[in-house]
Design a binder for this molecule. Sequence first.
Ligand SMILES: [Zn+2]
Length: 276
Amino acid sequence: MCYAKNMPDDGNYLQQKTAIFRFYGDLNKLLVPNRRGRESMLDFKGRQTVKHLIESLGVPHTEVGLILVDGQAVDFSLIPSQDERVAIFPHFERLTLSQLHQLRPSLDGQPRFALDGHLGRLAAFLRMLGFDALYFNHIDDSTLASLAIRDGRVLLTRDRGLLKRGTVVYGCCLLTLEPRLQLLQVVRRYHLTHYLKPFTRCMVCNGQLHEVRKADVLTQLEPKTRRYFDEFERCADCDKVYWAGSHHTRMLAVIEWLLQQVPPQAEMCTYARGNL
Ligand SMILES: [Zn+2]
């Protein structure tokens, strides 16, 4: 149950107030250093929502999994009062919060993604694992956000400004430039190990792969491939042909590494109330 804790209008829109903010987990990586891992004061004027104040400190609303004000779960529309303590948590890996609060509609089933233009390798990795990952080399922010919203896709980007758009519901701010670590962050956040279907989607265009007879693709194969391989799949959209060659072996190593990093029984997040 979400507890809307808005205070009655005090009649003074420019009243100076101070609230105490504390961010947890990876959210600290999005803060300036002197606000990380500790309570810090935030001065503001008038009736500003907790969502606006959190974003003013550098954390897009998409990254927030839970907000507690004086120990009560609240939604983004809360307007903090003087001296209130605001605790902001990231998405929990293993804790279901649906009974506690609802900052956004739950993302049911297998997530689909829309990726920013600088995330080509992450898009290829996600497709390799079988996920629907929309990606274009060159796409403007408005179009990308619209596509994500239209299809209920999770917007993946390193651009915090893009994630702060009010219309964006689901998003993930990638904390690293390294594609494999980006993949790990996304797999952990969205529990993707439950949905893995490796080598079922085209890494180039996101199309579905289908088995195809060798005789039907013979003209598309190099001589060595023709000699050593007999099983093939073809993209339904762009006709690219796939087989279990050296690229396949490298991708298997990525999957094995990923499963080592995300064990099936990951520890439940344990932010104790006493530490807030
Ligand atoms: Zn394709």
